[in-house]
Ligand binder design. Structure first.
Ligand SMILES: [Mg+2]
Length: 288
């Protein structure tokens, strides 16, 4: 169903009609999700799954590097390490939607980069800048075609979400690959390195998503699925994690963490840009 046909309308009669229509689609989707033991995952694009920059905005450092490599496109996009595994594994547990402040055209291009074989987003709802009516721009669930109690969100900015919907959010640290002169932090590009596939943010968030999904469906009576709410489950998962932390798990957990960090540093060598421009995905797009 096309998203643009479901835009809330200020005109009262069509607004009620749209609200009824959205509710009936959500009811249907809920049944389908529960029957397949899936949940709905709303994904942000920029700085969550990738980092795009217009060439003109790149620092001289990055521009020189790319131009030396023969790239003169208008825009340049770098996919976040581990994006492919993230999408593959998360798609077994979730139906995806995209909600971005980028334009629809931009979102479509990014989805082609993320999913060239159309394995994950072929039937996904894409909610783009043109669809969002709130001013200032805010992200919310008004156009999402699933009931809030089965929707999880992954986004690098909590503040762009309506307060109520922030409870469904699993926040991810922003991915910033390209050099940024206004930031005091050295970019991955400047360090000739990249986020770790195994220990980076997408891997951590995937673990959180798997835990939440498992906990949601971890009840004996299937009839009770209908009464579950991911917002409660997110809290349950947090509580369980904290409880574990108070038991003998504490030292074990701390040790595992240190090992992870050690390995992460070791793996940095493997993730460095030894292959030069091969890690850069070039797109010649005049959008946004
Ligand atoms: Mg973002």
């Amino acid at each position: 169903m096309a998203v643009q046909n479901l835009k809330p309308n200020v005109n009262s009669s069509s607004s009620i009609h749209n609200a009824d229509l959205i509710k009936s689609v959500r009811d249907k989707n809920l049944k389908s999700l529960l029957a397949r033991q899936k949940l709905h995952l709303v994904l942000d694009l920029d700085n969550t799954l990738l980092h795009s920059n217009p060439m003109i905005k790149l620092t001289k450092y990055d521009r020189d590097y790319l131009q030396r490599s023969g790239h003169n496109d208008h825009w340049v996009t770098k996919l976040r390490p581990n994006a492919e595994t993230f999408l593959k594994e998360a798609s077994a547990l979730f139906e995806f939607s995209i909600l971005t402040f980028g334009t629809r055209k931009y979102a479509r291009k990014m989805l082609k980069l993320l999913d060239p074989e159309e394995l994950y987003f072929a039937n996904s709802q894409v909610i783009a800048r043109e669809d969002i009516r709130s001013k200032p721009l805010k992200k919310g669930f008004d156009l999402v075609l699933s009931h809030e109690r089965v929707v999880l969100v992954v986004d690098d900015i909590k503040e762009v979400w309506e307060d109520d919907n922030a409870k469904n959010l699993i926040k991810i640290a922003p991915y910033k690959f390209f050099d940024d002169e206004s930031s005091s932090k050295k970019s991955w590009s400047r360090n000739w390195a990249d986020e770790s596939e195994k220990y980076g943010e997408l891997a951590r968030v995937l673990r959180e998503l798997k835990k939440t999904h498992k906990e949601f469906y971890n009840i004996e009576d299937e009839q009770d699925y209908e009464s579950r709410d991911v917002r409660d489950v997110i809290e349950e998962v947090k509580r369980k994690f904290l409880l574990q932390g108070t038991k003998e798990g504490t030292s074990k957990h701390a040790k595992e963490m240190i090992n992870e960090i050690d390995e992460c540093f070791k793996s940095m060598g493997l993730n460095c840009r030894t292959n030069g421009p091969n890690v850069i995905v070039q797109t010649n797009h005049m959008v946004m």
